[in-house]
Design a protein around this ligand. Sequence first.
Ligand code: F6P
Length: 355
Amino acid sequence: MKTIGILTGGGDAPGLNAVIRAVVKTAYGVYGCEVIGIRQGFEGFLSSDGTTPLTVDSVRGILPRGGTILGAANRGNPFARKVVREGIEIIEDASEEVVKRIDEWGLDCLIVVGGDGTLRISLELFEKGCPVIGIPKTIDNDVGGTDVSFGYDTAVAIATEAIDRLHTTAESHHRVMVLELMGRQAGFIALEAGLAGGADAILIPEIPFSFESVFAKIRAREKSERHFSIIVVAEGAYPAGGDQIFQVKSNRLGGIGHLVAERIESETGIETRVTVLGHLQRGGSPTAYDRWLATRFGAAAVRLADQSAYGRMVVLRGTEIQDLTLMDALAEPKIINLDNDAVRTTRDLGISLGD
Ligand code: F6P
């Protein structure tokens, strides 16, 4: 093994720089091989200045930094690339270019750090013969095969702090505070932060909710002299019989928090405010846990590269780092298993799940 390429694809997540650092330090320190960084996800393969050499010097000091020094692009699918030809936007398959570049640049292995979408692209490239190894990254925690992805712990910590802060102002003003959190089709961030922050209701995509049940929870609290409530809503949550809410322009999930707040205020008469935490959940320094996990993932991916174990992804199972095929990891998207202990604990504590 002489040269490893690494790219960070999809949206950013706290811990990406910790992975890059671990890959570089392990590759040079243990195996004496070079590392080439590919900029802006797979786009780096298709542009003239898409690479940067990564040395131990160039990764110095990046461990606690959020974002990614390589840049990320969540519209960079080489199998369906948007390009403008003669003034018209068309979709082109540029995957052969990527395959060619991997060969031309002499990459013995390409480490791809990404979420569900990026890892699916990696699997397709592997099926075309590319020496790919995956590392799961996402604040949503929705990549299959691994108990946790890095980025998730930081997002939960930020969301929990937001709930704590909303608590004090909600209590002072006797208000209902609705907090909309990210997570796409999975409610992991909302459930864990809601439980950690002591929310009164947690609405997740895995359990379509009833407005009546949320109103009933708030009214019960009023009756027992608790004149404020905290309602945590995952961006993918939706009312039973209704639909998820998408932003009109971007077609991205978002807006359910406002709908829930409007309905609460008009139905209960209690002053209600909404906070959409948004990208604050993705920015800034990773927690110690995410640095620890990202570092272990990075080093383990280089070990896999040394064994030419391509088409595989590093995962965390319990406390151990293991690996499995990208195909197995991506077989099913990960969502909350409603039989699990966290869901049961939420109910045991009297927190409404909206059902
Ligand atoms: O997958 C991570 C995530 O932050 C989701 O939770 C969210 O729905 C989406 O990305 C937002 O994407 P963008 O950064 O493109 O707005």
